[in-house]
Structure formats: C-alpha cells, structure tokens
Design a protein. Sequence first.
Lengths: 83, 83, 142, 142
Amino acid sequence: MKVKVLFFGATADSVGEREVRLELPDGTFADKALEEILDKCEGLRENHDVGQLHFSINQEYSNGKETICDGDELAVFTAVSGG
Amino acid sequence: MKVKVLFFGATADSVGEREVRLELPDGTFADKALEEILDKCEGLRENHDVGQLHFSINQEYSNGKETICDGDELAVFTAVSGG
Amino acid sequence: MKFFELTSEPLDVGAIARRIVPEECGATVTLDGYVRKFTKGRETDYLVYEAYEPMALKEMEKLIDKALDKYEIAAVGIVHRLGKLDIGETSVVISVSSPHRRAAFESCEWLIKELKRTVPIWKKEVYADGEVWVEGDVSGEQ
Amino acid sequence: MKFFELTSEPLDVGAIARRIVPEECGATVTLDGYVRKFTKGRETDYLVYEAYEPMALKEMEKLIDKALDKYEIAAVGIVHRLGKLDIGETSVVISVSSPHRRAAFESCEWLIKELKRTVPIWKKEVYADGEVWVEGDVSGEQ
C-alpha cells in the first residue's frame, strides 16, 4: 500500500522534502511505519533525537498502535513551537 | 475655616447636592469632620450604613486621623463599583 | 510605561491593547469589561458610570505603580469609560505587557480586582422599572 | 460559540477580541502574543511561522471544545498568523468571553499553554547571523 508522509519546519529541512510517498506492507502498525520512515528518509536520525519526534496519522497524533491504511496521510515533526 | 464637600452617585442622590460648603472649627480631625458632614447633610444617615461610607480628603482616602485645613476638598461616597 | 484615562467616548479595545508594544515583551493580556444584559436574572437596560475624576486618576496611577513594582511587567494601560453605556459596550480596558505571559495574566487580573475595590467610580444600573446605584462588593468579584 | 483560524494577514487584535460579545457575558480576556526583539539576549531579526494547517485547525478546535467544557465560559476565538512576522507583530490572539472574569483569565491562560504544546505550528527565528527552527518547550512557558 502507498502512503503520503509530510514534513514540516525542522524535519522538512532535514529530509530536504516537504512530502514523500512510501510503499508499506499492508497492515503495518504505526510504530513500525515510523521506523520505516526514519530508515528511508535520510536526515531524520542524523538531525533529531527521534524519541522527541511527533508522528501523526490523518492529522491526529499517533499513539504508535494504529494500523496504517492505504492512502493515509502521515507526518513527522518536532515538538511544536507556535504561539 | 471653610471646606468643600463632594458627593457622588448614591450619596449625591441622598443629599440632593453634588457639592456643599461647610464651616468647620480650625484643627478639626477627619473623623470629627465626617460626623459634622453626616449631621449637617440630611439624607446620609437616613439612606446609608454610615460605617460603610468612604471619606476622602484632597482626593486621598482618609484614615480618620488627619487634620482638616481651610480650603480642603472632602468627599463622601459609597463603596466603589467601577469596572 | 503606563497610561490611565477616563473618557466619555466609546473605547477601542484593540487600539488600547496595541498602544504600547515594548520590544522586550512577547505578550499583552487585555481585559475588556462590558455591560452584561442580565445581572442576577434582571434585565439591564443601560448603565451610567460616574467618577470622582481627579481622585480616580490618582488611584489608577497608584494601582499601576504597585503592579509595575509587584510583577515582572513592562507596561500597563487602564482606560475607563464614563456616562451612559448600552449593553455590550466596553466600560473598562486594562492592558498589561510583559516579557513572559504569566506575569501579564496575573497582574491584569489583580489590577481589575483592585480597581473595583479602590478607584472611585460608580455604576448605576437602569432597568425597565427602576434604577439603582451599585455598591461595590468588597471581594471585587462580580 | 467559537472560531479558530490561520491566516497570513496581519491580525487585528481588537476585531478578534470584539467579534463575539455574548449578552450574558461581562468580560473578555484577550492574549496578544507578538514577536519579541530579544530572546535569551540574542536579537531576533524576524520570525517565520509554519503550520500543518488542517491538523492545526483540528487541534485548535479540540482545545476550544475542551476549554468550553472545562470552564464557565461562553465564547472562545483563536487566530494564529503564519508566514514572516516582524518584531512587535502579533502571531496569535486568543480571546475568551465569560459571565465572570475569573474563568476568562484562567481559560485564556490554559489555552495558550495548551496551544504551545499541541497545535502543530512551528516558529523559525531568524537572526543577523543565522536561523533556527524552535523546538517546543514541554512546559509551554516561554
């Protein structure tokens, strides 16, 4: 299945892209999907404490346990700093 | 000596005046001056719990112990309700 | 930095909030107090505010000086309207700017509480069937 | 009653603060957050704000719904600006209206703290000699 992965701010700078398309095995869990993203998108592990990165699925914060579906919109970003 | 006494809001309504001139003996203390005002300005004792009235001398809250001087501007008013 | 004013003109909340934007600050907290339609279930028609003007200005300045001393804040503005006010119209604006927002929230709340306790301004509530000069509540909450 | 928006246009604090004035309310507390010139002694040239827009709007709405549930308040508006902002320009306005002011102060402060913790918006600080994407402080204070 195919998913879209978005990056913002510091993660977009690290990856050098704001959006990538990834192929994931059907039924992939969220925590595994994030591992895949960290492996395939160079710059994330190098530039970030990955334990501090946030992960969202279809614009909701992930708890790591969701099952990813074809066409999902994922995103990886640093701790927010709006306001 | 002569003083000016101002009333506002409810005390102005009670007295029927916004300003009166009073003659006080030289060296009158503030608490005595307030008693004089309550005696001479009809409507204050009738309409107010006099213990709750505020008294100011030259635009400063009185503690009752000041000595009043000729030409002072006194004022008697209820608990404030701005805001 | 401070300003304190009494006026019979309508208050422009945004203009007051943005009048002082100190470079070292990042937050301004503004209280906009206005005329409620219902007080204790009774429908207000309009309000009239009256002040002992020179004393009110002195007391406003004292409050601001105390706040500037007590809190880590850079600027305070207080403007109170007088005269007749319709429902929804702003009676008072208190605006506090600080480097960090905590102090601005805390001091703005302290300022309105103290203003309601010490600044000689009175409010008359006018209803369809009467009117009453409101006597302040010592707690300052209302 | 609520509104929540992202915009690249300058924010009008007064218009946001006065957009909702419920009849049963007497107070609106507004936080105006803007660009500080100095952060930890370093001089900021300008800021750039970026958002994950659809998610940011969802998170803003969730925060407002929580606040409306948790506090005795009648209306909340949050507007956050995006793009390049100069010193002193408003980045966020949070406005809360309530019958009694205590709840408005408390919930406005809670909302900005939570917004800084959960709403996916990021700030890049640009200095004369470099730039950095700011990573949020979990405490929400800054």
